[in-house]
Design a protein. Structure first.
Length: 98
């Protein structure tokens, strides 16, 4: 699954129940972030976010949260102007809708 937030696109990979977000497009390209199963982490522009991109003007101060509950990870947009998106396909590839 690919998630878009601000100027970055993250490849979300779940291996053995652990979530890793790898930036596949954007200023922090190739950076990989391990997401803990405890608590709720925030992603945004401000330095108090666990995952922060201070120079990304397309991100809100607190853009999204990632949490773990009942054996699943959840991404929640925090009501941002630019939103948080799941890509249906990689750029240049088609996607079957049905």
């Amino acid at each position: 699954m690919v998630i878009e937030m601000g100027s970055n696109q993250f490849q979300a990979t779940l291996i053995g129940g652990d979530l890793t977000l790898t930036i596949i497009e954007g200023p922090a390209h190739s950076m990989a972030i391990e997401i803990p199963k405890t608590g709720k982490i925030t992603i945004g522009r401000k330095p108090n976010n666990l995952i922060n991109f201070a120079d990304d003007q397309h991100l809100s101060n607190i853009h999204a949260t990632v949490s773990y509950s009942d054996g699943k990870f959840y991404v929640e947009d925090m009501g941002t102007t630019n939103g948080t998106w799941e890509r249906l396909s990689m750029e240049g590839e088609g996607s079957d809708l049905f």
